[in-house]
Design a protein around this ligand. Structure first.
Ligand code: ARG
Length: 572
């Protein structure tokens, strides 16, 4: 049962019946128990419109409602309607909850999600964590509610960095041993090549030449390039596997795959009269893109040397997502710094009719990962911190924490739990922040067993599981009845039922902190229930009812953490 939706429908109808032409009930979950479980806040605005006293109008609306055994209504303050669910209604809804947790999607859509999308040749660094983890949650939730999520890992495998790699390799000799050495530590090789690129103009010139040759299909260069790509993809996959991200190599839709589409794409833009030459480059100028000084901002689709820039590939990719992948919606989980780039991609694609009106495009931006002192996350010598090192450190730290806490776990069990806690902590710390702002990466906070953290939620889950283990109680299952008499039971029942609403809110703007906060509140509500409501010492009916409530909570926690890509364990 979707409580909020049910109430909205009910109150909207009553508002119509009370003579309000276009009613907006504005139903919300109440933040405080004294305001009931839900509130309808739309009466005040309607009263203003109709020039009536809000409380009188609220009374008139309530009078229109048919008898409601499930809900009680109360007018509060200047004209709020507070709603309380009856205990009976809650128990009934709960017995249906198990079957409604995976609600069928009313209108399934095909949604392409562009996420992770690192540039190849160098290893993934901490900056790639955000797109990867945020995107992973998006695809999990979309699939959970019944949409088709198409994972698009738009890896950068075609850019200037490969010119440097190839040119550098040529200098060290194009032989097998040189190549093997390069591939064995690609990161080091990449650093050396890009340093040379910056310092040596002649080398840079050669490197640029190699890119053009590569893009034109030179077979030798292509073979070498492929070896670099394969090694780099292996590095990436190792990170995804360690992180528990649902991306496989098959989800890579690399920039190079659009190579053959670029000239026809340029033709099409040209035929439509959208292209202007500017400083030797080919650009699209659209009215909506102006600099601060009012000057027109170009969207460059071909460089003066004939090469194709980032934007051209993205146009081809977006068209592919619509035409070939048949997307209804295209989401881009990409850093906030690329906002202008993506706005231009979307706008040019629309202006050129590469995508139709009804295709939704959305940039889901995120900020930076910072160190505690507010500076960007770099090593002391200014290099990027490798993501794989961060993940390994997380697991090591979790292992140390566990060793101090847990007794009676085998080494092997500790190993598994350390991975689940360490990786979970990193993901949750990421997801629990507002997506759009920068955040500080802090080991101690994220690995704490107290507060709004993954270890806290994972621990709450194991506590419920241990309740079952210790009591020898068997699983209650969806058919067992829940009877509600105390306020703590009411609160816990209601919280469990609101899981679906948290998912709905999340889907509005893909802010995972909505889900995190929901789970944190659920765990807190459970702890209060557990303190106040004895379970194992009660009579049969009460005992099994409360066990069922506990079980439902464990299920919701596990499902909810699962949507965030976070695992649970039975004990820790
Ligand atoms: N490879 C790009 C980078 O590392 C991110 C790609 C994002 N996706 C896209 N379709 N532009 O900055």
């Amino acid at each position: 049962m979707k409580i909020k939706q049910t109430l909205e429908t009910l109150i909207r109808q009553a508002m119509v019946d009370a003579g309000i032409p276009e009613p907006k009930p504005i139903v919300k979950q109440s933040q405080r128990a004294e305001f009931g479980h839900y509130q309808a806040n739309g009466v005040m605005a309607a009263a203003k419109q109709l020039k009536q006293a809000p409380r009188d109008l609220a009374k008139a609306i309530l009078a229109m409602l048919p008898p409601q055994p499930d809900f009680s209504f109360e007018i509060a303050g200047p004209g709020f309607i507070n709603v309380r669910l009856s205990n009976d209604c809650l128990s009934r809804a709960l017995s249906q909850a198990a079957s409604t947790i995976a609600l069928a999607c009313p209108a399934p859509r095909r949604i392409v999600v562009d996420y992770s999308s690192p540039n190849l040749a160098k290893e993934m660094h901490i900056g790639h964590l955000r797109s990867t983890v945020i995107g992973d949650t998006i695809v999990r939730v979309l699939e959970h509610v019944g949409h088709t999520a198409i994972r698009a890992n738009h890896v950068g495998d075609w850019g200037a960095q490969f010119g440097s790699l190839l040119a550098y390799l040529a200098e060290t000799g194009h032989n097998e041993s040189a190549q093997a050495a390069a591939l064995s530590d690609l990161e080091k090789f990449y650093q050396a090549a890009s340093k040379k690129f910056k310092q040596d103009p002649e080398f840079a010139e050669t490197a640029r030449g190699y890119v053009v040759k590569l893009q034109a299909g030179d077979p030798t260069l292509k073979q070498l390039w492929q070896a670099f790509i394969a090694t780099s993809m292996d590095h990436g996959q190792a990170v995804y596997d360690k992180l528990g991200i649902t991306l496989s190599k098959a989800d890579a839709m690399p920039e190079s795959q659009y190579n053959d589409d670029l000239l026809p794409l340029l033709d099409s833009l040209q035929n439509q009269g959208l292209i202007e030459r500017s400083d030797g480059a080919l650009c699209v100028f659209l009215d909506e893109f102006k600099g601060k000084d009012g000057s027109r901002l170009p969207a460059m689709v071909q460089k003066s040397d004939g090469g194709f820039p980032y934007l051209a590939t993205d146009l081809a990719a977006l068209r592919y997502r619509y035409q070939t992948l048949k997307a209804d919606e295209a989401l881009y989980v990409v850093g906030a710094s690329q906002q202008l780039h993506l706005r231009q991609v979307f706008a040019v694609a629309r202006a050129a009719d590469f995508i139709p009106e009804q295709l939704t495009t959305r940039h889901l931006a995120f900020g930076l990962v910072l160190k505690a002192d507010g500076t960007p996350f770099k090593t002391r010598d200014g290099a990027d911190v490798k993501l794989i090192d961060v993940l390994n450190e997380a697991v090591d730290r979790a292992k140390t924490l566990l060793a101090a806490r847990s007794e009676g776990l085998t080494d092997e069990e500790q190993q598994v739990i350390a991975r689940v806690i360490g990786i979970g902590a990193i993901k949750y710390a990421e997801l629990q922040k507002n997506r759009t702002t920068d955040y500080v990466f802090d080991w101690d906070t994220m690995l704490s067993f107290e507060g709004n953290t993954a270890p806290y939620l994972q621990y709450a889950y194991t506590r419920i599981r241990s309740l079952f283990r210790k009591s020898g109680a068997s699983p209650m299952g969806p058919n067992s009845e829940v009877v509600i008499s105390t306020t703590e039971e009411t609160a816990l029942a209601l919280k469990n039922l609101q899981f679906q609403e948290a998912i709905d809110t999340y889907l509005d703007d893909y802010q995972a902190n909505v889900l995190c906060n929901y789970l944190f509140e659920l765990a807190g509500t459970f702890m209060t229930f557990y303190e106040h409501c004895p379970i194992l010492s009660e009579n049969q009916t009460l005992r099994s009812s409360r066990l069922r409530l506990a079980e439902l909570t464990a299920d919701t926690l596990k499902t909810g953490l699962g949507l965030l890509g976070i695992e649970t364990v039975e004990r820790m």
